[in-house]
Every structure is written in C-alpha cells, then in structure tokens.
Design a protein around this ligand. Sequence first.
Ligand code: MTE
Length: 334
Amino acid sequence: MHQLKDRGFDHRTPSEITPAAVYHARREWLQRAALGLAGAGLAPWAAREAFAQGGAPGKLAALPGARSAVAGGLVMDKATPYDDVTSYNNYYEFGTDKADPARTAHTLKPRPWTVSVEGEVKRPKVYDLDELLKLSPMEERIYRLRCVEGWSMVVPWVGYSLAELIRKVEPTGNAKFVEFTTLADKAQMPGLRSSVLDWPYTEGLRLDEAMHPLALLAFGLYGQVLPNQNGAPVRVILPWKYGFKSAKSIVKIRFVEKQPVSSWERAAPQEYGFYSNVNPQVDHPRWSQASERRIGEGGGLGGLFTKRRPTLMFNGYEPQVGQLYAGMDLKKFY
Ligand code: MTE
C-alpha cells in the first residue's frame, strides 16, 4: 500500500481507489483536510479519514451533517484536533479543572433525554431527544469558539439553527428573551457538590440573537454525537459570544419577557454581563481580551511559547452579527 505522509498521519493514495466519483470526492476531502477542515463530510470514509487527521476515533455514534451553507458557517481556520476538543473542557458540573470533565463525565446519561420548550410560546412542548434530532436536517458548522479565559478552538459541530426549533413553537409577542437551563442532577454530576455557581447553570439570549442563523443547536462534533464532556446530548453554540454563553446539556428553553440573569452574571456581575459578545476592545476587569491562544497549536511546556493571535471583534463574525448591536454602547452592554 502506498503511503502519503502528512503531518505524521498516513493516508492511502487516491490511485488505490478506482471509481472516478469516489476519487473526486476524496480529492475534495483531501483539499479540505489540507485547509484544516478534516472531519467534515457525509461519506462513511470521511469519519475514518477524520480519525487519521486527528478527528473522532469512532467510539461514539455517527452523526453526519451536510456542509453548511449559512454565511459564516464554515471558517477556514485549521480545526482543533478531536483529542484537544474533548480533553480541555469547561463543564463545572463535572469539576473546575480543564481535565475533570473528560475524566468524570462518563456518569452523565444522555438518554433518555427531554427538552421542555415553554413560556411565551403558542405551542409549548416537551421534546424527546429523538424528535429533536429529526426536527431539521443536520449541518456541519465549523466555528471558532473563544473562551472568556483567553483561549480558543475551532470545532466542526453538527446540528441545525436554533431558529428551526423556535419557529416550531411560535413565540408570542411577549417573548423578548430566551432562557436556557441545563441539567443539574447530583447523582450524575459530581461538581454540583461545589457551590462555585448557583445550580442549575442558566444562560440567556435576546430573542433576535437566538433567531440568528449562526446560533446553533448542536448534537455532535467531528461527525459523531457529542461526547458527554462537550455537553451531550444537546447544547447551544453562539460563536460570536464568549464560550460560557454556549450552555451544555440543555433540559429547558423558556421564552420570557424580561431579560434573564445567567449563572455567571449572578456569580460575578462586574465581570460577566448579559451580552458577553467577544470584543477585543473591552477588557475583562482582571485581564485583557485583545488576544488569544489557540488550543492544540504549537509547542511543549503547555504552549507557553505559542504565539498568541489577535482576538477579532465578535470573534470574526462581525459581518454576520454586527447589525444585532447597531447603536449599542458595547462597553456598557458587555
Ligand atoms: N455549560 C454548562 N452547563 N456548564 C459549564 O460549566 N461552561 C461553559 C460552556 N457551557 C459550561 C457550559 C464554558 S466557560 C465554555 S468555554 C464552554 O462551555 C466550553 O465548551 P467545550 O468544552 O465544548 O469547549
């Protein structure tokens, strides 16, 4: 078998695969892989190749998604390796150390699972996970995720726009905000013993933010269902906001008239505002937000000498979401 060496991983060469369609599909995949979009694609071989590229090891159920056509839905940055995405996590219900969730979240039971969609809507409903999975076609979205702590990742998520679900429940005229509540079960979550946050973890968005096509209801990453530590079985991803807005393991979505208070706002209101849009010009009270470290990039010694990248306004999604905040004082509404 011919081998192509690429960043230490082995590929079979295209010449080994005979049918022309397969060859061309594969060539497209290799080009995408070269762009750092490994792990993307629909064909069964894509998941295997993703593994060869540092993608998902195939232990979890496959969850393919069609390449997203949403503006800003596929960033061209090199994707963060699966191992980093799934071993460097913030999920305080499973401990406050970055390595804790990967070690302890095996106790989370992502099935059976329901999400109650309620409040100011014409069609409130308790959705079973299987129903949610079928509600709209799955898409792959390659998003940057910027954590308020100053690091970032690039992850190929699988899901569909939250707007698809919102349209189904028909918000009333009183619905101005959306509140997300996540699971808080002492039997499954050892971190609940600590009072670092008020449990359950809650988050909120303005309704128009939640309706933005980039707001993703995510069920998977790297072509497989979400690992527990990344928020199985369903979470949101708001790529233009600091990572803590992207609530994991959601059990309730409530439409309300008044701006909800999130767990982080309640814990430290002077540090974490309701909007929490990524903004390199507004410092966190204790550190600058002007630059970031990309997880999985470069060097030993914990990446101590890795070059930091400048943080982009709205995490680089300004062309898509800037209009949502036109005229707002972003220092005041941080
Ligand atoms: N959701 C819950 N329920 N609990 C958490 O502790 N942490 C947030 C967010 N969602 C968190 C959560 C933070 S701070 C970040 S940066 C992202 O999840 C991390 O998501 P990831 O581990 O998939 O990268």
